[in-house]
Design a protein around this ligand. Structure first.
Ligand code: HEC
Ligand code: HEC
Length: 246
């Protein structure tokens, strides 16, 4: 069962055929995978882990002296990530064998869950706004802004994080709701820098000003938002009217 779940990664991810020779032919510390798994099968599972999480083998396996796969200690369970990965393997196995088959009542072709289904090329499967909200709270605004840029540089164009305008609007809402208005406004400005033509980005800025109690700026940027996105005029005009009548 397991081999069907994990063996789909066709990407030649990190190493050439030549370096495959550095991986042993028999495996001595398998607790989840079948002990008689072939080398091809195991390597394909391991590649799917690496590409699913956007990491190299050394994320889970200890590196020894020297370079290349030959110096790695694949048997050791020293790294926590390897232990976590085993729990994940059991979880994925249960999802595919216990829960999803219940859907077969409705449909024959049930999609299988794989590591990439949640991880999407990142180690922590979280939305951009959730990651940044945590960083603002734990390390402050400047660190959160630089985290945004780091994540952008590393993941933009992939599918780990959604860098479209609405993500930072959600973040801004979360921050305003926790009365962190400076941080909310800073991320709204960043969003507008990234997307100067986005009515959504201006809407986020206006909303943050509204929650902060700055009516004048709220109205100004709601109007700007309508200018850029006339389709939402009815909805936003109602907000402007409500603000004016307060
Ligand atoms: C996300 C964590 C993770 C990544 C990344 C990963 N592995 Fe593994 N690897 C594991 C786990 C967990 C096991 C043990 C599986 C089990 O207990 O059935 C394992 C087992 C192995 C084994 C068998 C060791 C033995 O003798 O018991 C080899 C060989 C191996 N991995 C090679 C690789 C290679 C090569 C890569 C990079 C392409 C890689 N792994 C990437 C988690 C990972
Ligand atoms: C249903 C969603 C889901 C699937 C599928 C999934 N994971 Fe995870 N994984 C998570 C979540 C959520 C976390 C974060 C747990 C936490 O809070 O630390 C996580 C964390 C991890 C971590 C620890 C990362 C770190 O930096 O601490 C590893 C390693 C990992 N997963 C490996 C795997 C592997 C390998 C697979 C495929 C066998 C897999 N995951 C499939 C949801 C998933």
């Amino acid at each position: 069962m397991l081999k069907h779940i994990y063996s789909t990664s066709l990407i030649i991810f990190l190493f050439s055929i030549a370096s495959l020779a550095q991986i042993p032919d028999h495996f001595v510390n398998l607790k989840v995978l079948p002990s008689d798994i072939s080398k091809d099968e195991l390597v394909s599972v391991m590649r799917s882990f690496s590409s699913g999480l956007g990491v190299r083998c050394n994320f889970c396996h200890v590196e020894g002296e020297g370079q290349g796969l030959g110096s790695m200690n694949f048997v050791s369970d020293e790294k926590d990530n390897k232990k976590k990965a085993r729990i994940m393997m059991e979880m994925v196995h249960d999802l595919n064998t216990k829960y999803l088959p219940e859907l077969s009542e409705f449909s024959k072709d049930i999609i299988k869950v794989k590591c990439v289904t949640c991880h999407r090329g990142a180690t922590e499967p979280q939305s951009l706004e959730d990651v940044l909200f945590e960083v603002v709270k734990s390390k402050g605004l400047p660190e959160a802004i630089s985290t945004y840029h780091q994540l952008y540089d590393r993941y933009y164009g992939g599918f780990a994080y959604d860098f479209r305008d609405h993500s930072l609007v959600s973040l801004s809402e979360m921050l305003s709701d926790s009365s962190m208005f400076d941080a909310a406004l800073a991320f709204d400005s960043l969003n507008i820098n990234m997307y100067p033509e986005s009515g959504t980005a201006y809407f986020g800025l206006a909303e943050a000003y509204e929650k902060k109690g700055d009516k004048e700026n709220a109205i100004k940027y709601y109007q700007k938002s309508i200018e850029l996105n006339p389709r939402s005029a009815d909805f936003i005009n109602r907000r402007i009217e409500a603000l004016k009548n307060e």
